[in-house]
Design a protein around this ligand. Structure first.
Ligand SMILES: [Zn+2]
Length: 240
């Protein structure tokens, strides 16, 4: 292919715009904040699971406390009834003795059930406190997620604005390159990590960095100035 050497200078300028554009896009994708957000979301999922488990534990504890309360009520009522009968003084000696025995038994029973009720209420308090802690943790992580999302959006918006500017400049620059040369450039760029054109400094191609053989150097330098030459190693367009 032949082209005005000035077109190759334009192509180098196009290359530097494309490289800058690629770097901005890469930077937007590899912002550290993406990893921070992903970590936070994982932690959020795990703490949310812990919260659900704590809530289940609390409702179990609440049910146990209600049962303990319900257990003690009828025994206490029976104790009150028995005590009233004894206090009435209308019982036979034998019935009185048996009622007093039962009252002793019921008092012990009430005391045991009250202990159990107290334990159940303490367990409920603990479970409620645990739910509170887990809710706080979930809220803290959610707040941090909101902050990180805002910071990510700001960084991405800034890079997008840069990319838009570079993209406009790229379009304008590309329009100055003859179509066949631009097509060749695009084709080489696609298969060479985004770099299609490089300077030849007299010894090595700055695209691949490899030193050319003496034969290749002679071939590059002796070619007519309007000849488009390509690196023998990496196939990129060389600008002498
Ligand atoms: Zn090369």
């Amino acid at each position: 292919m032949k082209t005005d050497p000035a077109n190759l200078m334009t192509l180098l300028e196009l290359q530097s715009l494309d490289t800058a554009l690629d770097q901005v896009k890469h930077k937007a994708k590899s912002l550290p904040v993406h990893g921070v957000i992903a970590d936070l979301m994982r932690r959020h999922g795990s703490v949310k699971d812990d919260l659900v488990a704590a809530q289940t534990e609390r409702s179990d504890a609440a049910a146990a406390a209600r049962r303990a309360e319900a257990d003690v009520v009828p025994v206490r009522e029976r104790l009150t009834r028995n005590q009233a009968r004894v206090d009435s003084g209308e019982m036979t000696a034998k019935a009185l003795s048996s009622a007093i025995d039962e009252i002793e038994h019921l008092k012990q029973r009430v005391s045991d059930l009250e202990d159990a009720q107290l334990e159940a209420m303490e367990a409920l308090d603990l479970a409620t406190a645990h739910v509170g802690q887990m809710s706080e943790q979930v809220e803290e992580i959610e707040q941090e997620v909101r902050e990180q999302l805002a910071s990510r959006d700001a960084a991405v918006a800034e890079l997008s604005a840069k990319a838009n500017d570079l993209s406009s400049a790229r379009t304008a620059k590309a329009s100055q390159v003859p179509q066949p040369l631009l097509a060749l450039y695009d084709k080489i760029r696609a298969r060479n990590n985004g770099v299609a054109v490089a300077k030849f400094d007299g010894r090595r191609c700055q695209g691949c960095g490899l030193e050319a053989t003496v034969a290749d150097i002679n071939r590059y330098l002796s070619a007519p100035s309007d000849e488009v030459i390509r690196c023998a190693e990496c196939d990129r367009i060389l600008v002498r």
